[in-house]
Design a protein around this ligand. Structure first.
Ligand SMILES: Nc1ncnc2c1ncn2[C@@H]1O[C@H](COP(=O)(O)OP(=O)(O)OP(=O)(O)O)[C@@H](O)[C@H]1O
Length: 836
C-alpha cells in the first residue's frame, strides 16, 4: 500500500495520486510558495518532464510559440498559440534547462492577456501553467508579479517567477483544479500586479488526485469517491498522523530555534541600535564640537588678526613713542646732569650761602634796628625841625615888592620903596616929608627877586605839612601888587601854589620807604562872605559852611576833594579852580580879584614803620585886594564887595592879634575867611604871610597901610620872648639835625643795598631750586610714562603668546577630530549593519 502511495497510482475516478514528497527544505519552500496557489495545486521547479503515465494532456498550448507535432516520445501533440486574447509574444534562444520540451519555455506570451478553451467535455480538469523568466535576461528588465484567474476565480496570487526559480529556469504550477460546465469552456486570465504576466505554456488534463488529497475514500478537493480498503485506510491515517506529528515536532523545534535566533538577533539589534545611538550621539557631539571649534577658530583667527594688526600698529606707535621718549629722556638726563652739577655747586655754595644768609639776617636785624633808630631820629628830627620853625616863629611875614610898571614910570611916578637892607629883612619907605620909615620882616624881596628864590624860603613850611602840621600861606596886599603873581604865577613862571605841590610830591617820593601819602586838593572862594566850591561842576551848588568834625579838626561838609597822584593832575585842578574864580572889573585893575581864592591841600600820611597816621592841611590863600574904599570909588554891589573884603581882612588881623596876645577867645567866626582857616591859624600850625606892595609913590598910602598890617602881624608874633631865642643854640640844633639826617640817609642807603643784595641772592637761589625741582618732576613723569609703556607692551606680547597657544590648541583639536572621524569611518566599514 505504501509503495502504491509512493508511486503514481490511479483512482477510481481516474485521478492520479502523486507520491508525497520528502520533508525538507524544498518542502518548506513549497509550503511557503503554496500560499501562492489555491489548495490542491502546487509549484514544481522544473519544466515539463515526460512520464509514461496513462493520461495524456487534453490540450497543451505552446504560449507565444509554434505547435509541436506529436512524436513517439511524448505521445501527444503541442498546439500552437491560438487560444489567447491580448498580450505580446517574446522569444529567446537561451537554453531553458530542466525540461523535456525546452522550446515551450523559449517563447512566451507577455502583457495583459487571457486564454479561452472551448468545446471541452463537461467535468473536472487539472490545468498546469508553465512559466519561464526569459524576459528578465532578454526582454525588458524589472519585476513581474501577477495574479491568475480561472473561470474568474483567483488560482494564483502575486506570483513572481524569478523569485522562485531565477532567470532562464522553468516553473510549473500544476493541478489547478477547474470544473468545466455544459458550455465546455475554460477561461484563464492573467492580470499583472506589478509588471506584466508571462506564460510559456498551458496544459489541460483530466482530473486525478494525489494521495494526500484522498480522504475517507473521496478526493479531498472534488469529493469524488475513491475505493480504499479499511486496512489501507488505517495505515494511511497512521502514516499521516505520524508524519504530521513528526512534522509538528520538527516545526516546533525549528520554531524554537527561530525564536531563539530572533531573540538573539533582536538583542543584537538592540545592542547594535544602542551602539548606533551612542555612536550617533558621539558623532553628533563631535560634529557639534567641531562646529563650535570651527566657530571658535574663526573667532580666534579674527581676534588674532585684529590683535596682530593692533599689535603691529601699536608696535609702530610705541616704537616711535619709545624712540621719542628715549630722546627726551636722554635730553632730560643731560639736563638733569647739568642741574645735578649745578645743584652740587649750589650745595657746595651752601656754607657760603649760609654765611651770606647769616650776614643778611644780621643786616636785616641791623636794618630793623636802624629803621627803629631812623624812626626815632625822624621823630626827633621832626621835633627839632618844628622847634626850629617855632624858633623862627610860627607866623612868619615875607614882604614882596613888585616892579614899577612901565606906565607908572612913564607917568613919572617915583619909587617910594628902598631895599638897601633888604637882605636883613629891612625895608625903607620914603614918605612925602622925605622921612624914611623902616619896616623889618622875616624876608624882603626886591622886584628883582624871582619866584624860585621866593619859594626857597617858603619850602621848609611844606616839609612841616608832610610832618603832620597844618600850614597856612597867604598873600595880602593892595590890588595889583602881585598876590596872584606870587601865589599862582603865570604858566611859564609858576608861583608858590604849584611849587608847593611839586615839592610835596617830591618829598613824598623821597619818603616813600617810610611814609605813604594821600594828597587831595580843594579849591574854594570866599566872595561876599560866602564859601564857594570852585571844583563843583554844578553852578547851583549848595552853600558851604565850616563845621567842627572832631576836636580841633574843622571840615567843610560836601566840599570836593580832588585826589591827585602827580603834579600834572595838580595843574589841571588848579586851572579848573582858576577858571571858575569870580572876577569882575573896576577902574583900578580890571582883573583884580574881589574874592579870596583858597587852595586847601589835604595830606593823609602813614608812617610805614610805626603805623602812625596823620592828617594835615596846607592852605594857600590869594586874598582879595586890600585897597581902601575911598580910593576905589565904587558903589552898589562893588561897594558891598569891598566892604566884605575889608571886613574879612580886618577879621584876619584881629584873629592874628588875639593869637599873639594869647587871648582866651580868638574871634575866628567874625568872617568866613578866619572861620575857614581856624585850625591852621594858631596852635602848632604855621602861618606864612606874603605882604605884597607897590613901589610907586602913587600907592604909598596903601603900601604903608599894608606894611603896617604886616608889621602888626609880625610884630605880635615875633614878640620879645620869641626874639630871645638864642640863635647860636638854634644853629647848633640845626647842625645836629643836619648831621643826624645825613647819618640816617647813609645808613638807609647801606641798608637798602644790603636788602637788594639779599633779595637778588634769595631770588636766584629760589629760581635755581624751582628749576631743579621742575626738571626732576619732568624726569620722574617721563620715567613713569616709559614704565607704563613697557608694561603695556609686555601685556600685549603675553596676549599674543596666549592667542598663538590657542591657535595651536585649536589645530591639535582639529587633528583629533579628524582622527575621530577616520576612526568613525573605519568602524562604519567594520559594522555596516550599524550604518544600515
Ligand atoms: N614880582 C613881580 N614881577 C613882575 N611882575 C609882577 C610882579 N608882581 C606883580 N606883577 C605884575 O603886576 C600885575 C598885577 O599883579 P597881580 O594881578 O598878581 O596883582 P594882585 O595883587 O593879585 O591884584 P588883585 O588883588 O587885583 O588880584 C600883573 O601884571 C603882574 O604880572
Amino acid at each position: 500500500m505504501a509503495e502504491t502511495l509512493n508511486s503514481t497510482s490511479s483512482t477510481a475516478l481516474g485521478h492520479e495520486i502523486e507520491p508525497p514528497k520528502q520533508a525538507g527544505k524544498d518542502d518548506d519552500d513549497d509550503e511557503t510558495l503554496s500560499s501562492l496557489c489555491i489548495p490542491g495545486s502546487r509549484l514544481v521547479r522544473t519544466g515539463f518532464v515526460h512520464s509514461a503515465g496513462p493520461d495524456k494532456p487534453v490540450l497543451f498550448v505552446n504560449a507565444g510559440g509554434e505547435g509541436l507535432m506529436e512524436n513517439g516520445n511524448f505521445g501527444f501533440r503541442v498546439e500552437p498559440d491560438k487560444f489567447f486574447q491580448g498580450g505580446k509574444v517574446i522569444r529567446t534562444d537561451e537554453t531553458i534547462e530542466g525540461s523535456d520540451i525546452p522550446s515551450i519555455y523559449q517563447s512566451a506570451r507577455f502583457g495583459n492577456f487571457s486564454y479561452r478553451f472551448e468545446n471541452l467535455s463537461p467535468g473536472d480538469y487539472f490545468v498546469d501553467l508553465h512559466f519561464s523568466e526569459i524576459i528578465y535576461t532578454n526582454g525588458p528588465k524589472g519585476m513581474r508579479v501577477f495574479d491568475v484567474f480561472m473561470q474568474e476565480e483567483k488560482v494564483l496570487s502575486e506570483i513572481d517567477v524569478y523569485s522562485v526559480v531565477g532567470a532562464n529556469k522553468a516553473l510549473q504550477v500544476v493541478d489547478i483544479k477547474v470544473s468545466v460546465g455544459e458550455d465546455g469552456t475554460i477561461v484563464i486570465r492573467f492580470e499583472g500586479v506589478n509588471g506584466s504576466p508571462i506564460v510559456g505554456g498551458i496544459c489541460i488534463k483530466r482530473a486525478r488526485l494525489p494521495a494526500s488529497k484522498v480522504k475517507d475514500g473521496r478526493c479531498n478537493n472534488c469529493a469524488a469517491e475513491i475505493e480504499i480498503s479499511s486496512c489501507q485506510e488505517k495505515y494511511m491515517r497512521m502514516q499521516f498522523i505520524a508524519k504530521y506529528e513528526k512534522r509538528i515536532e520538527e516545526l516546533k523545534m525549528r520554531f524554537q530555534l527561530k525564536t531563539d535566533e530572533c531573540h538573539e538577533a533582536w538583542m543584537s539589534l538592540t545592542t547594535a541600535n544602542k551602539q548606533l545611538q551612542d555612536v550617533t550621539m558621539e558623532l553628533d557631539n563631535k560634529l557639534y564640537t567641531i562646529h563650535c571649534l570651527d566657530l571658535a577658530r574663526e573667532e580666534t583667527a579674527a581676534k588674532l588678526r585684529d590683535i596682530s594688526g593692533q599689535y603691529e600698529h601699536d608696535k609702530k606707535l610705541w616704537t616711535a613713542v619709545v624712540d621719542k621718549l628715549e630722546r627726551e629722556v636722554k635730553l632730560m638726563k643731560q639736563e638733569f646732569y647739568q642741574l645735578y652739577c649745578e645743584g652740587h655747586k649750589c650745595a657746595d655754595a651752601i656754607p657760603e650761602l649760609s654765611n651770606m644768609v647769616s650776614a643778611v639776617q644780621a643786616m636785616v636785624a641791623q636794618s630793623d634796628d636802624l629803621k627803629l633808630k631812623l624812626s626815632e631820629e625822624q621823630a626827633k628830627g621832626k621835633i627839632l625841625y618844628n622847634q626850629i620853625q617855632e624858633a623862627k616863629g610860627n607866623i612868619r611875614v615875607f614882604c614882596r615888592c613888585r616892579p614899577l610898571r612901565k606906565e607908572e614910570s612913564l607917568a613919572g611916578h617915583a619909587t617910594a620903596v628902598h631895599f638897601d637892607a633888604a637882605k636883613d629883612g629891612e625895608l625903607g619907605i620914603i614918605s612925602t616929608g622925605s622921612t624914611k620909615k623902616i619896616f623889618k620882616f622875616d624876608r624882603v624881596y626886591t622886584p628883582e627877586d624871582d619866584q624860585v628864590s621866593v619859594f626857597a624860603d617858603a619850602s621848609p613850611m611844606i616839609v612841616s605839612v608832610l610832618d603832620g602840621y597844618n600850614v597856612c600861606i597867604f598873600a595880602y596886599g593892595q590890588t595889583g601888587t602881585g598876590k596872584t603873581f606870587t601865589m599862582e604865577g603865570p604858566e611859564n613862571n609858576r608861583g608858590v601854589n604849584y611849587r608847593t605841590l611839586e615839592q610835596l610830591f617830591l618829598t613824598a617820593e623821597e619818603r616813600k620807604d617810610t611814609f605813604t601819602y594821600n594828597i587831595s586838593v580843594s579849591v574854594l572862594e570866599v566872595y561876599n562872605e560866602q564859601i564857594r566850591d570852585l571844583l563843583a561842576t554844578s553852578s547851583t551848588s549848595k552853600r558851604l559852611e565850616m563845621r567842627l568834625a572832631t576836636e580841633g579838626v574843622h571840615h567843610i561838609p560836601g566840599v570836593i576833594e580832588a585826589k591827585v597822584e602827580n603834579i600834572k593832575e595838580v595843574w589841571n585842578v588848579l586851572q579848573a579852580g582858576s577858571n571858575a574864580r569870580a572876577t569882575g572889573s573896576n577902574n583900578i585893575n580890571e582883573h583884580s580879584s574881589r574874592s579870596h581864592c583858597i587852595l586847601c591841600i589835604m595830606v593823609r600820611a602813614k608812617n610805614l614803620i610805626t603805623g602812625d597816621c596823620t592828617i594835615s592841611k596846607l592852605w594857600l590863600v590869594d586874598l582879595a585886594g586890600s585897597e581902601r574904599l575911598a580910593k576905589t570909588e565904587v558903589q552898589g554891589e562893588r561897594l558891598k564887595e569891598a566892604q566884605n573884603i575889608n571886613r574879612s581882612l580886618s577879621a584876619l588881623g584881629d584873629v592874628i592879634s588875639a593869637l599873639a596876645a594869647k587871648k582866651s577867645h580868638i574871634p575866628y567866626r567874625n568872617s568866613k575867611l578866619t572861620h575857614l582857616l581856624q585850625d591852621s591859624l594858631g596852635g602848632d600850625a604855621k602861618t606864612l604871610m606874603f605882604v605884597q606892595i607897590s613901589p610907586s609913590e602913587q600907592d604909598l598910602s596903601e603900601t604903608l597901610s599894608s606894611l603896617n598890617f604886616a608889621a602888626r602881624v609880625r610884630g605880635v608874633e615875633l614878640g620879645p620872648a620869641r626874639k630871645q631865642v638864642d640863635t647860636g643854640e638854634v644853629q647848633k640844633l640845626r647842625n645836629q639835625n643836619d648831621k643826624l639826617k645825613q647819618d640816617l640817609r647813609s645808613k638807609d642807603d647801606a641798608l637798602r643795598k644790603l636788602e637788594d643784595n639779599f633779595q637778588n641772592l634769595e631770588g636766584k637761589a629760589k629760581g635755581d631750586y624751582q628749576l631743579c625741582r621742575s626738571q626732576q618732576e619732568k624726569i620722574n613723569e617721563l620715567e613713569k610714562q616709559i614704565a607704563l609703556k613697557i608694561e603695556l607692551s609686555r601685556r600685549l606680547e603675553n596676549q599674543l603668546l596666549e592667542a598663538t597657544g590657542k591657535v595651536e590648541a585649536y589645530l591639535d583639536l582639529q587633528k583629533k577630530v579628524k582622527d575621530l572621524e577616520n576612526k568613525q569611518k573605519e568602524r562604519e566599514h567594520a559594522y555596516p549593519m550599524i550604518q544600515n
